[in-house]
Design a protein around this ligand. Sequence first.
Ligand code: KG4
Ligand code: ZN
Length: 335
Amino acid sequence: MKNINILAIESSCDETSASIISDGKILNNIVATQSVHEKYGGVVPELASRAHQQHLIPVIHEAIESSGLKKEDLSAVGFTRGPGLMGSLMVGVSFAKSFAYSLGIPLIDVNHMQAHILAHFIDDPKPSFPFICLTVSGGHTQLVLVKDYLEMEVIGETLDDAVGEAFDKTAKLLGLPYPGGPMIDKYAKEGNPGAYKFPLSEMPGLNYSFSGIKTAVLYFLRDQLKVNSSFIDENMVDICASVQHTLIKMLMQKLKRAAREYKVKDIAIAGGVSANSGLRSELGNLAKELSWKVYIPKFEYCTDNAAMIAMAAHYKYLKGEFCGLDVSPMAKMKL
Ligand code: KG4
Ligand code: ZN
């Protein structure tokens, strides 16, 4: 019988990516990162769409070439339908439709957030159902109860900023380049996490709020800079360590509560912020303390990538969940 070969495309934000999956095995994961946004201190949607237009065909070409397959060997085309930036999504969706149409093969729409979670099934060890996944990225912060590959329930989420945004906005206040999360992580390693105290937000249930910390850091820095204009330079590592400590504490409080309430011990994290070394080591501590089994995907599968879209497309293919050629992207899309 013919293998199930799927080409998957990711273009929801500022990474243009393509991947080929064959019978559930990822063959490659080609990613073109857009550096054009760095000087603006954040992703500029219009520039992102233009960069996707430029990068998409070369990235797809490379994915097909390096897989050893031919276009005619493909069984389906998977793509990110949402959530994401509308202009960016439209580039990927339009290409996916035309390509599937020209080859006469089915089209599979994928939810980007579901795909971040399914990245856990690319490599071993894999979590067992049900598990809780904390998805932490520049656009999202969600606690998801994962009951099966395509059966997921959001049990908590941020009501304002995503945690990645809190990292990036704090970094901007400190004069660090975008994206600031990795820089804060780097400085935090050398600093004292107890040096400064920032308020923990108290949201009901399993929900989060991260907009307050940005304002707290803003006022804190304003007051300190009044008395010492070199305050940031002199205390960078301690400020970074303290902010990071506060953000991780907030993330872990609700994660612990979710694990307790749902009686789940398989815990996964996904999304760009899961690269954070402080978050990883705190999860390691909790794993020992609470007998959790913790799952963290390889870094290349944590940030935005098409391999995770391919994994989701594979499971949808097995269930026969295809979409029509009249499908349109969705900037906001529920799990
Ligand atoms: O998942 P992702 O690549 O893109 C989406 O937002 O969908 O996540 C990007 C976010 C950015 O906010 C970036 O600052 C953050 O992940 N990030 C980190 C680290 N690496 C990436 N935040 C904290 N520590 C890190 N090491
Ligand atoms: Zn993402």
